[in-house]
Design a protein around this ligand. Structure first.
Ligand code: ZN
Ligand code: ZN
Length: 282
C-alpha cells in the first residue's frame, strides 16, 4: 500500500491511498488543479482514482467534492449526513451512501475500506481505515487509518482500528497556545470542546492506545497554524513512541505541500498471530 498525504490542516485535507490494484482519494479539501499538481509533485496521479471517500462536510474536507467527482468521474463514498451537508454536491448518480462499521471493497481489487464514526461537530463524521489484502507475496495484509477531526477519544474507539501499519492522527493544538492565542472565545471553546479537535495531549493518548509492534509510520495531522507548533506536536508524539519502545517513523503533515509517499509492506508478524489479533480486536 502507498499513502500520500497531499494536504493536511484547516486549509484543506486530501490523501491518496493506492494498493491492491486500486486507488482512492480521501477528502476533497483542495481544488482539482492543486490536488492534481500535488499528486504529481509526489510522484503519484489522481487521474486513475477509483473513488473519492469523504470524512465529513466541512469545507476543508468536502469543499471540492462536487468538482473532483465531476472532473474525475469517480463515485463519492460518504455517510448520508455527510452527503446531505456537502455544499458542492456531486451528481446524484455518483453518490454512494455508506454506513460506518462495514468493510467495503473498492471494485474487484484487494483494497478494502471501512468508516469509523467520530465525535465532531458535523452531521455524520467518520474516520477512514484501509486494508490491502493479499499484499506482498499474497499472504499478508497492510492496514492504515486516517483519524482527524474529533473532539475527544471515546472509550472503545481504538478497538475499531485493530493493528495498523500506518496511522495518520490529529494533533491539532496545544491547549496553552489555544487558550492564550488569537481565536475569539467561542471558537476556543469549539476547538477544545468534545466535538472539536484533538489537542497534542489527546492525540498522544490515542497514539498510546494504537501503538504496537506493527506500527511503522505515524503522521501527525491537522496541526493548527495558530495554536500549535511542529515542535510541540512532535515532542508529544515522541514521548509516546519512546515510552512504548516503538520504532515507528514520525512524519508531520502540512497544508503547504505534499508529504513524500509512504510505502507499506506486510510486516514480519506471523500471519496466524495477525489474524488472531484482528479477531480479538474487531
Ligand atoms: Zn478539518
Ligand atoms: Zn471538521
Amino acid at each position: 500500500m502507498r499513502v500520500t498525504i497531499l494536504s493536511s490542516g484547516s486549509g484543506g485535507n486530501c490523501a491518496l491511498i493506492e494498493g491492491g490494484g486500486a486507488s482512492v482519494l480521501v477528502d476533497a479539501g483542495l481544488p482539482l488543479k492543486e490536488t492534481r499538481a500535488r499528486a504529481l509533485a509526489a510522484g503519484a496521479s489522481i487521474d486513475g482514482a477509483d473513488a473519492l471517500l469523504v470524512t465529513h462536510e466541512h469545507s476543508d474536507h468536502g469543499g471540492c467534492a462536487g468538482v473532483l467527482a465531476r472532473k474525475l468521474g469517480v463515485p463519492v463514498w460518504a455517510t448520508r449526513g455527510t452527503h446531505d451537508g456537502i455544499r458542492d454536491q456531486p451528481p446524484a448518480e455518483q453518490r454512494i451512501e455508506i454506513v460506518a462499521g462495514c468493510w467495503l471493497r473498492v471494485g474487484e481489487s484487494d483494497l478494502w475500506a471501512r468508516a469509523v464514526s467520530l465525535p465532531h461537530d458535523a452531521a455524520e463524521p467518520v474516520a477512514w481505515m484501509f486494508e490491502e489484502r493479499n499484499a506482498g507475496d499474497g499472504t499478508g495484509s497492510v492496514r492504515a487509518a486516517i483519524i482527524t477531526d474529533l473532539g475527544h477519544v471515546p472509550e472503545a474507539l481504538a478497538d475499531q482500528f485493530g493493528l495498523l501499519d500506518l496511522l495518520v492522527l490529529e494533533f491539532n493544538h496545544d491547549v496553552q497556545m489555544l487558550m492564550t492565542g488569537p481565536y475569539p472565545w467561542p471558537l476556543k471553546q469549539r476547538v477544545r470542546g468534545d466535538f472539536g479537535h484533538l489537542s497534542n495531549a489527546q492525540g498522544a493518548q490515542l497514539l498510546a492506545q494504537l501503538c504496537h509492534a506493527r506500527l511503522s509510520h505515524v503522521v501527525l495531522a491537522h496541526l493548527s497554524e495558530h495554536n500549535n507548533t511542529q515542535r510541540l506536536a512532535r515532542e508529544a508524539a515522541e514521548a509516546v513512541l519512546l515510552e512504548q519502545q516503538s520504532g515507528a517513523k514520525l512524519h508531520i503533515g502540512s497544508v503547504q505541500r505534499p508529504l513524500g509517499t509512504i510505502s507499506l509492506q506486510p510486516g514480519i508478524v506471523p500471519m496466524q498471530r495477525w489474524r488472531a489479533a484482528q479477531i480479538a480486536l474487531l
